[in-house]
Design a protein around this ligand. Structure first.
Ligand code: NAD
Ligand code: IPM
Ligand code: MN
Length: 362
């Protein structure tokens, strides 16, 4: 029997609500596939600030260091928004974890399953044409991390600055992630940039073209970020792997989530060069619906599946979760945000969706 250690970081807002369902589903696959997942829960984000005075306590970081993988919920919310940027949950916990573990390769898969086109807000003929996109987002560099960043001067002359920086090495390794992923999918990479304006994007294109030479079977296209956002809406079927820098990938992945029906459907894996990973929904703590028991747990549950697949190599268990999720959606067991407003009285709760999914497994 295989035994793994998982650091579970539920965080804030809907994080603990959806994590509870992911844990139940993990219990079900562990029983079925004879896996032992030793899970230890640690405080992170605003919850950790309130309890321990900092967003990423040392005990939490130590627990993550000792684990085989991290399962992360979501962090942040209005209560902590007025803190200085470097103390806020987003920078002090989430970005710190990403950079501490060098989790440069962020995989965000978005797919409309056949028969589930009605969940998409796209026009039906466009939804029918298919959406099956993997956003490969660079996660530990670019404008999020570039130095210097700051605020100088006073009055109307006060100015703020962030620095977008990319080394060839950083571009090369994320491009390799994208091409490797494309080789296992539909063999197309669309690299998203703003090379008509940004020096970083010029270097990005140059390095991506170099990497492409090692993958002659993969078709490479370049697209500007502004065009990419509209092409995703009018012709999403043209995309397979979308290779993005940190900020562009952040924006594109929310759009991809919504094409499939909801922010609450998009999981993500953030992986380093040794295969160690953190797994989390692409969406946030959703303060507008937190505490109501109506959040969609599927992104969290599929993030747990990605953890089983990518960091633990438990492919059968991951496949079982993915199939159970598709069956649940097909059977119309939906949280409110996936339904037209007038039908939401029939919506399922967070817990009811979790229960239905685990019943498909056990
Ligand atoms: P958000 O992703 O939390 O919410 C955007 C919209 O999507 C909201 O209407 C929300 O209700 C909906 N939504 C998100 N997840 C959902 C789910 N599982 N089920 C149903 N609906 C869902 O983005 P925001 O409102 O811009 O940010 C809220 C807070 O979350 C901020 O503090 C932000 O910094 C933080 N955030 C954290 C993460 C993370 O922890 N990984 C990611 C994004 C945003
Ligand atoms: C995401 C989130 C984070 C990001 C925030 C919360 C720092 O939006 O994971 O997409 O911008 O990367
Ligand atoms: Mn985001």
């Amino acid at each position: 029997m295989a035994t793994y250690h998982i650091a579970v970081l539920p965080g804030d807002g809907i994080g603990p609500e959806v994590m509870e369902q992911a844990n139940r589903v993990l219990d079900a696959v562990c029983t079925k596939f004879d896996i032992t997942l030793e899970r230890t829960t640690y405080p992170v984000g605003g919850f950790a600030i309130d309890q321990h005075g900092e967003a990423l306590p040392q005990t939490t970081l130590d627990g993550c260091e000792q684990a085989d993988a991290i399962l992360f919920g979501s962090i942040g919310g209005p209560k902590w928004d007025s803190l200085p940027l470097d103390k806020r949950p987003e920078r002090a916990a989430l970005l710190k974890l990403r950079s501490h573990f060098d989790l440069f390769s962020n995989l965000r898969p978005a797919k409309i399953y056949s028969g589930l086109e009605h969940l998409s807000p796209l026009r039906s003929d466009i939804a029918q044409s298919g959406v099956d996109v993997l956003v490969v987002r660079e996660l530990t560099s670019g404008i999020y991390f570039g130095q210097p960043k700051g605020l100088e001067g006073e009055g109307e002359e006060q100015f703020a600055f962030d620095t977008m920086r990319y080394s060839k090495r950083e571009i090369r390794r994320i491009a390799i992630s994208a091409f490797e992923a494309a080789m296992k999918r539909n063999k197309k990479v669309t690299s998203v940039d703003k090379a008509n304006v940004l020096v970083c994007s010029r270097l990005w294109r140059e390095v991506v073209e170099e990497v492409a030479k090692d993958y002659p079977e993969v078709k490479l296209e370049h697209i500007y970020i502004d065009n990419a956002t509209m092409q995703l809406i009018c012709d999403p079927a043209q995309f397979d792997v979308m290779l993005c820098s940190n900020l562009f990938g952040d924006i594109i992945s929310d759009e991809c989530a919504m094409l499939t029906g909801s922010m609450g459907l998009l999981p993500s894996a953030s992986i380093n060069g040794s295969g160690f990973g953190m797994y989390e929904p692409a969406g946030g703590s959703a303060p507008d619906i937190a505490g109501k028991g109506i959040a969609n747990p599927i992104a969290q549950i599929l993030s747990a599946s990605m953890m089983l697949r990518y960091s633990l190599g438990e492919v059968d268990a991951a496949d079982a979760i993915d199939a159970a999720v598709v069956k649940t959606l097909e059977d119309g067991i939906l949280t409110a945000e996936l339904m037209p407003k007038e039908e939401r009285v029939n919506a399922s709760s967070t817990a009811a969706v979790g229960t239905y999914i685990l019943q498909q497994i056990s």
